[in-house]
Design a protein. Sequence first.
Length: 204
Amino acid sequence: MAIWPTNSKASTNNVDSGSDKPRLARGDIKQNIDNTNAIIDMFDIASPSNNDILVYNSTNSRFETQTPVFQQAILEVGRSVSSTNEQLNITSIIADPSNITSLTSGQFTLGVGIYLIWCWTRNGSSGSGSFELRDPDGDPIGGGVSTVITYASTNVYDGLMFFGRVEVSGSSNTFYVKHNATFVPNETSKTIPNTTFLRIVKVA
């Protein structure tokens, strides 16, 4: 078992002056070699990846590299609402330092894991309607479009639109944001007046 050499520092008494005799420092040199080896044995960091963190493993008494469990992405939701297409496109990834998501055709994909997902808008009402998170192919059983997280209220107001837990197992899965806007006769499009965001936190 590797032991951090806190209480085994080597003395410098025999190497801190030009008149010192190196042969008298042999024990201290050996102690420093032992201390260095103990430090090397304490850390298993031979092949780190970008954004890895160090985690202590009590089984082997070592620090090992690990992908951070807490990872998050911030996505911007588009403002264009159509009466003929329920999908509200994701327009951009604002931040995703751990690359937990990707965008394709206005939808976002998540890898295997457990996620918390918020949809939030700002600065006043965003008009009539509501938001949902939907799965276009009903993964994992392929049962068709399914609602993953329902909207937080009947109408879209400033603040939280929806919030929930999503588990992706087996392989990656794709999602989109659905709008439930109310259209008057002969109206085919609307623009949400305020910016809307998705916050995705990977917790496991």
